[in-house]
Design a protein around this ligand. Structure first.
Ligand code: ZN
Length: 185
């Protein structure tokens, strides 16, 4: 029933500072940082094979994650397991006397079906269960496309700037206003 660890979420005070360890010292690759309004957080994604480390920074002071950070400091927030049938897993856990936070699965970021197990039953670690849904691969693809689009756009802006600079070198014109430090006040 458990397929793998999908992700491990770590609450941080500052993503750039945390990347100093997780990316720069440990050597994990950072794919992107994303604003996740549903969680009122910014999340940095660092895949490790079949799983992912997520660095989560609260973006408002009243969210659950912000309260967690204020109370317990930075550190492990939850572990998420992918299961093949979330309803069945939840039923099985309840039969075994495990306390759930969510009584029924809910839809999380990107169309995921998720449910949380209460830390009282897990020896202090928040455990998330997750089942891949049909709409999730589509949502994920759409998100990747919009990210790729943004990167492409940034590339085009940069290329335009380089072209303008080269043109300027070739033609020997006066540089465009603002490019040689004469900032307008
Ligand atoms: Zn999670």
């Amino acid at each position: 029933m458990i397929k793998r660890i999908d992700h491990i979420a770590i609450v941080v005070e500052d993503i750039d500072t945390a990347l100093g360890f997780w990316r720069d010292a440990l050597g994990l690759e950072l794919t992107h940082v994303e604003d996740v309004p549903q969680q009122q957080a910014a999340v940095a994604f660092l895949p490790t094979g079949q799983s992912e480390v997520e660095l989560v920074k609260p973006t408002c002071e009243t969210s659950g994650i912000a309260r967690f950070l204020a109370k317990r400091g930075p550190g492990l927030h939850h572990i998420c397991f992918e299961v093949d049938d979330i309803a069945q897993t939840m039923q099985l856990l309840r039969q075994r006397g495990v306390r759930m936070i969510d009584e029924t699965p809910r839809i999380g970021t990107g169309g995921k079906q998720i449910a949380f197990v209460h830390p009282q039953s897990t020896h202090g670690v928040l455990v998330e269960l997750y089942q891949l849904t049909e709409q999730e691969p589509e949502n994920r693809l759409a998100r990747q496309l919009s990210l790729a689009d943004r990167v492409m756009h940034q590339g085009q802006v940069m290329r335009a700037a380089v072209l303008a600079f080269l043109n300027h070198l070739v033609s020997g014109d006066a540089p465009p206003a603002g490019s040689n430090g004469d900032q307008p006040k």
